[in-house]
Design a protein around this ligand. Structure first.
Ligand code: SF4
Length: 210
């Protein structure tokens, strides 16, 4: 990206951080996946139980690989289990839950959609600490733009990735379908962190995820 684009995106990130903190979310700006991973490592203590929400960002940044190879923690691994719903339920008592977000507004709110509801539920209540890792591409101006982002990018792209036969994989945007394959059952906006810094958002100055 050129320096002017970079300058504008940094302003977006700084504005988002300011407004997240006003809403009692924690927030750290980092340059890249290396810095993001190092920060996440510093937030996980020896002996912690850690779980994750479904997220391409966590794969792209090396977080999943780190968790799989960390022998000092108990990793509730949703990707290698015969009973994923058992992992989902156990995640509610985890020390640390790591996820991304579908959209992050410059006004300081998190927007997410979920099929099972396990991810948004754990973000709202349960794990002692929630770490949200978001690429700069997740930042949008306001609530309306967040919903639009989900309907025109996050949900269709996730349906495509998971090979779901939903209308949005053909149109590229949401048509509010009634498909059994529909990934978006619960739409959640989080606009305040009831325990200050329980949810800590890491904004990376690089694109990641959808
Ligand atoms: S409601 Fe249906 S069409 Fe809309 S994003 Fe979800 S799966 Fe796609």
């Amino acid at each position: 990206m050129d320096r002017f684009t970079d300058a504008i995106l940094r302003k977006h990130a700084e504005t988002t951080k300011k407004h997240l903190e006003e809403r009692h979310f924690g927030c750290t700006l980092v340059e890249d996946e290396k810095e993001a991973l190092s920060l996440i490592q510093s937030m996980i203590k020896k002996g912690d139980t850690v779980s994750v929400g479904g997220s391409m960002t966590l794969f792209e940044t090396g977080v999943i690989d780190y968790l799989e190879h960390n022998t000092e923690i108990t990793y509730l691994d949703r990707y290698h289990t015969n009973d994923v719903h058992d992992v989902f339920r156990k995640a509610f008592s985890a020390d640390v839950y790591i996820t991304s977000t579908n959209a992050l507004t410059m006004t300081g709110k998190l927007f997410n959609v979920d099929r099972n509801g396990n991810r948004v539920a754990a973000m709202i209540y349960g794990p002692k600490k929630v770490i949200v890792l978001a690429g700069i591409n997740k930042i949008v101006k306001d609530d309306e733009a967040a919903i639009k982002r989900i309907q025109t990018m996050a949900s269709p792209a996730n349906c495509l990735r998971l090979k779901q036969d939903t209308p949005c994989t053909k149109t590229g945007f949401c048509v509010d379908c009634r498909s059994d394959a529909r990934l978006c059952a619960s739409h959640v906006m989080q606009d305040y962190c009831h325990i200050e810094d329980r949810i800590h958002v890491i904004i990376m100055m690089k694109e990641a995820g959808y």
